[in-house]
Design a protein around this ligand. Structure first.
Ligand code: UT7
Length: 332
């Protein structure tokens, strides 16, 4: 029997209309366009406005676009995985809500949380389902309403994050394309450096937790930065070495978009030039697990079947990793 490979066959996305600029942030906290551009590389980010709107509303729109682009009927999807750190609720899963909003019924679906590395962990899980032969049309949705857990009085975090959702379709193929190799890592020593302290089982919501502002992102920026730079670059080089890829073999590096300086360091270590790197942090900021597929969505028209692509991410936990894939189609 021939080996079954898993290949991405389409990408969808949803970006909210509202644009939060550095200029507007400068009226809210003591910051400046100059500081944000030099230290992080973000100009603006999208924010989902509207009472009662959550990650699932954006995720459902991304899935609808994906189904339209790939000519897929909702009843043909047989697994949906949602990666998010901002689920609509603690339970039920945002995946179930997205299925309902899109008209997908009676399939297997679940949420995954690997923070900013969520897309890589979700894609790897989806790959295993496809390679096993058990599922044929698997959707990985990455839906993040970071504005719902961002403290807009804290200048050290509020300039970093944006809202977005993406969706990719993964399908089986016998061709030598698709996901080639994966390296994923977790080290819980990082759990205190980047965390939402309350609202979970260890510290349920209370008047005290709200007063102490513990329902928003807490980040020790420098500690996270140090680990992100070394781990993301190390794992990207490791996956190149393991697959005998030179920097010329790599058509695209698609890095998690947390900080332009982390992206540059990873590209330098891999020996790839700027024009081999997908970078859109300037327009959307850090959208957590949606950053990598948002790049694929934006660059989709430039991608060619067989292109060697390295995805690399680092996030809370700590979690990090890299995936090497061969792109599956020329843009239509
Ligand atoms: O995506 C998941 C993983 N997350 C990451 O990878 C993020 C990793 N960390 C980072 O990207 C960076 O650490 C930050 C962008 C978060 C911060 O940049 P930094 O160069 O590490 O700045 P810092 O925290 O060392 O702060 C330097 C100075 C401080 O002032 P003092 O103490 O030197 O007077 C901060 O208070 O910059 C100040 N500062 C700001 N100034 C203007 C911090 N945030 C701001 C701001 N505007 N928004």
């Amino acid at each position: 029997m021939k080996k079954i490979n898993a290949v991405i066959t389409g990408v969808g996305a949803y970006l909210p209309d509202y644009i939060l600029t550095n200029e507007e942030l400068s009226t809210m906290v003591d910051t400046s366009d100059e500081w944000i551009m030099t230290r992080v590389g973000i100009k603006e980010r999208r924010i989902l406005k509207g009472e009662g709107k959550g990650a699932s509303d954006m995720g459902a729109e991304a899935v609808k676009e994906l189904l339209k682009k790939t000519g897929t009927k909702p009843e043909e999807v047989d697994l949906l995985i949602c990666t998010t750190v901002t689920p609509d609720h603690m339970f039920p899963g945002t995946s179930a809500i997205i299925c309902d909003k899109v008209g997908i019924k009676n399939i297997q679906s679940f949420d995954m949380n690997a923070a900013c590395s969520g897309f890589l962990f979700g894609l790897d899980t989806a790959t295993k389902y496809v390679q096993s032969g058990s599922h044929k049309k698997v959707v990985v949705v990455s839906a993040e309403k970071m504005s719902s857990i961002t403290d807009y009085t804290d200048r050290t975090t509020c300039v970093l994050f944006g809202d977005a959702a993406t969706a990719i379709m993964l399908e089986p193929t016998e061709e030598e394309i698709g996901i080639q190799d994966t390296i994923l890592r977790t080290n819980g020593i990082g759990r205190h450096h980047l965390v939402m302290k309350a609202g979970g089982s260890v510290k349920p919501a209370s008047h005290e937790s709200v007063d102490a502002n513990e329902h928003t992102v807490y980040q020790e920026g420098q500690a996270v930065f140090k680990h992100a730079v070394s781990n993301m670059a190390d794992v990207a080089v490791e996956i190149m070495d393991k697959n005998n890829l030179t920097s010329e073999d790599v058509k695209w590096l698609v890095p998690h978009q947390a900080n332009l300086r982390i992206i540059d360091a990873t590209a330098r270590r891999m020996g790839v030039s700027k024009d081999q790197v997908m970078i859109n942090i300037e327009k959307y900021g850090n959208t957590t697990s949606a950053t990598i597929p948002l790049c694929l969505w934006e660059w989709e028209k430039d991608l060619k079947k067989g292109d060697n692509i390295v995805l690399a991410a680092f996030g809370a936990g700590f979690t990090w990793g890299a995936i090497y894939l061969k792109w599956g189609y020329d843009s239509k």
